[in-house]
Design a protein around this ligand. Structure first.
Ligand code: CP
Ligand code: NVA
Length: 303
């Protein structure tokens, strides 16, 4: 693979190879070892949206591997696709750096960057998907349960970019996801079809959070208002009433259930403070795994 744009374009073997590399590198780094395979290499990091986890973890991952990173805000370059076409930007960066990671609104922006650059392009979240998050999530599930095969995720809330990447990764890796969303916030039909085309029955869309969590190994949620939807915030708070991950909902799930959230979490909205801080929560292990997975991804794509 030259690029990492969407989970559904990756083979199961490739995803498992990345996962294993991430686990191996995590062990090496935790025991004080280093792998400087990207010495002398640079990554351009293009961000149209804010970020804590993605930005810092990619930057640290590049430094860990002996390389460097350059952070680019749209304002710095006169907007993405505004001062100059995306295809020109891709070919210019191609001459300066060894890889590009981009967080954009339109998914097509990362697709176009990848099409015109000869170097690897990584999707660091678009309105469509968040594949690095999904892989760090799977790593977290593997670490906490020992295996991923057959595990069931209950995803409560918005059928958004994070839900879509989770559906694809579940389909690819032999897991199941039950998504519970209010009307008009379901995961789109085409994505559900795509996931179930990869693995039949791997994704189900439900209405009731209680139905979704009753056999779940993991309860997962994300913000009701994604970046770029800020104007809809109040309407979304109203529409998502009853979709909060709180202690009452968690009590319906099996006692071994783990709580996950990609963060940032809006306590009191999609999840309560009590659940975030509970002993079932693996949310901060999940956040840490962003670093481990992306270090593996950078090594795999750029070495
Ligand atoms: N989960 C995640 O991608 O966080 P950031 O938006 O802070 O990068
Ligand atoms: N769905 C959220 C994820 C944030 C990491 C968003 O796109 O804003």
């Amino acid at each position: 693979m030259k690029d990492f744009l969407s989970i559904d374009n990756c083979s199961k073997d490739y995803l498992l190879e990345l996962l294993q590399l991430s686990l191996d590198l995590k062990k090496i780094y935790k025991s004080g070892g280093r792998d400087t395979c990207l010495t002398g290499k640079s990554l351009a990091m293009l961000f149209e949206k804010p970020s804590l986890r993605t930005r810092i973890s990619f930057q640290v991952a590049m430094t860990n591997l002996g390389g460097a990173s350059v952070y680019i805000k749209p304002e710095d370059v006169g907007g993405i696709g505004k001062r100059e076409p995306i295809k020109d930007m891709a070919r210019v960066l191609n001459g300066y750096v060894d890889g590009i990671m981009a967080r954009t609104f339109e998914h097509n922006t990362v697709v176009e960057l990848a099409e015109y650059a000869n170097i690897p392009v990584i999707n660091a979240l678009t309105d469509y998907s968040h594949p690095c998050q999904a892989m760090a999530d799977i790593q977290t599930i593997k670490e906490h349960f020992g295996s991923i095969e057959g595990k069931k995720i209950a995803y409560i809330g918005d059928g958004n970019n994070v839900a879509r990447s989770l559906a694809f990764v579940c389909a690819k890796l032999g897991m199941q996801i039950a998504i519970a969303s209010p009307e008009n916030y379901e995961l789109d039909e085409a994505s559900i079809k795509r996931a179930n085309g990869i693995s039949s029955g791997s994704t189900v869309q439900l209405r009731s959070p209680a139905d979704a969590v009753k056999n779940a190994d993991v309860i997962y949620t994300d913000t009701w208002t994604s970046m770029g939807q800020e104007e809809e915030k109040q309407k979304r708070i109203d529409d998502f009433a009853g979709y909060q991950v709180n202690s009452a909902l968690v009590s319906i799930a099996p006692s071994h259930v783990k709580i996950m959230h990609c963060l940032p979490a809006y306590r009191g909205l999609e999840i309560t403070d009590e659940v975030v801080e509970s002993s079932s929560s693996v949310i901060f292990d999940e956040a840490e795994n962003r670093l481990h997975f992306q270090r593996a991804l950078l090594k795999n794509l750029m070495e």
